[in-house]
Design a protein around this ligand. Structure first.
Ligand code: H79
Length: 430
């Protein structure tokens, strides 16, 4: 093994805070699930599969799934379009599936014939995306599945896979994975994130996780690595759920807009923009990031249902982004204290503390009562309209904010109230 072992890793890990800085400020990213599974899109032999379309191959023999390479031809793929949509949505980074559990590589891989070069498309999708990201100043990350249903050395096998395991060698599989990752981390410029998945079949020792991560840090010194290769690494990745509160570890919730990660023709239950915005705010109030997924079609197009919602989020962020990007979490002990919505905070360079009250449900009375805040802000106003001044009054041990004069500026998603506290008069808190 060419492992350089502990010392180098320990050194790189010590600058975690610096490497994570851009990511902590970014708050919002785009997850893209794209692969051979985007072609059948949840349908096999005329049967609709309602689950995750990228899991459809789990029940299909490798020899049959492989044939999809003949049909993978996303001629409408335009990397600039994807990146510009992410920009419009207010997303600051993109993480894309370089290889999902199906094992198919979306780049021109020298380590495998099961890649874009085996399709009529023959274009290096990762290269085009990396170049578009560079053009539009977008950070790019690689999702990479450790689990591989195609490679003959991957173990354990699925029940439907009848190939002999006599010659299979998991350590050789890891060498293959390492070779593929080396390509991805060498030939595509700066890569901001390495997002492992499917590491649950084995422990870190069998994955040679230290060695793999060490190589990643060596090839991309500023990279950050998620927690799914059997080691905690730089940040945690709760899936399809938002934690109840803040955490000592950096974290990112990844979530679908609809019922599948990969494009599924039968997709249902599309979350509306309001729910997605409130999720972003909820997550920001707990100090996390939101990695929101889109699944482009077999033609390479992000479905309009997703694109429309992303643009709506972008419009909200256009006005309210200052209460999300670069903020810290809530000053309240738990969301039980903010039944009216959520809270984020910002310390400005001149020592001012900005407390953003994200009012989801505008109180039916004419005031918002905050018993936990011990002193009056120097100023209170709406983020959407600095001239819409609000009056704050002492009320018992806490404060009360008069909302009557700004009622017309209220929106049904999240109306952001800003409380400004100068340095001389810090926020006191019960
Ligand atoms: O890439 C996305 C998912 O495909 C992957 N991670 C995200 C980012 C993922 N892998 N596993 N899981 C999510 C959760 C496991 C779901 C399963 Fe199932 C339950 C696998 C088998 C039973 C869902 C239901 C998939 C097949 C049936």
């Amino acid at each position: 093994s060419e492992s350089s072992g502990w010392p180098n890793l320990a050194e790189v890990r010590s600058n975690r805070a610096e490497r994570m800085e851009w990511w902590r400020d970014a708050r919002f990213g785009m997850f893209i699930h794209f692969g051979l599974y985007s072609v059948p899109a949840g349908e096999w032999n005329g049967q609709q599969y309602g689950g995750y379309s990228e899991w459809l191959p789990q029940g299909i023999p490798t020899a049959q799934w492989e044939k999809l390479t003949d049909r993978f031809n996303p001629t409408d793929f335009d990397a600039d379009e994807w990146v510009l949509l992410a920009k419009q949505a207010g997303m600051k980074y993109i993480v894309i599936t370089t290889k999902h559990h199906e094992g198919f590589a979306l780049w021109d891989s020298k380590a495998s014939d099961y890649d874009v070069q085996a399709t009529p498309f023959k274009r290096d999708i990762m290269k085009e995306l990396a170049e578009a990201c560079r053009r539009h100043d977008m950070k790019l990350g690689w999702y990479h599945s450790v689990l591989d249903w195609h490679h003959p050395d991957y173990l354990p096998r699925r029940a439907v896979d009848k190939r002999s395991t006599d010659d299979a060698d998991y350590d050789r599989y890891i060498s293959y994975m390492k070779a593929q990752l080396r390509e991805l981390l060498t030939n595509y410029g700066d890569i901001a994130v390495l997002w492992f998945d499917g590491g649950w079949d084995h422990g870190p020792r069998q994955h040679r996780a230290w060695e793999i991560c060490d190589m990643a840090y060596e090839l991309q010194p500023d990279i950050i690595i998620n927690d799914r290769i059997g080691l905690p690494m730089d940040y945690d990745t709760p899936e399809q759920r938002i934690p109840r509160g803040a955490s000592d570890r950096p974290w990112e919730t990844c979530m679908t807009i609809t019922s599948s990660w990969g494009y599924n023709k039968g997709a249902r239950d599309w979350k509306d923009a309001k729910a997605l915005i409130r999720n972003l705010v909820d997550i920001a109030s707990k100090g996390g990031n939101y990695l929101l997924n889109v699944g482009p079609t077999g033609e390479g197009v992000i479905p309009p249902q997703s694109a429309d919602r992303l643009r709506e989020i972008g419009e909200w962020l256009e006005i309210n982004g200052r209460s999300i990007y670069g903020t810290k979490g809530s000053i309240f002990r738990s969301t039980d204290s903010t039944r009216w919505g959520r809270c984020t905070t910002r310390m400005t360079g001149d020592g001012t503390t900005l407390v953003y009250l994200h009012v989801f449900d505008w109180p039916s009375g004419s005031s918002l009562s905050i018993p936990e805040l011990g002193n009056l802000p120097d100023e209170a106003y709406l983020l959407a309209d600095r001239d819409a001044k609000l009056t704050a009054r002492k009320a018992g041990k806490g404060i009360s904010i008069d909302l009557a004069e700004v009622e017309s500026a209220v929106n049904s998603v999240d109306t952001v109230v800003v409380l400004e506290y100068a340095e001389q008069k810090p926020v006191t808190f019960h």
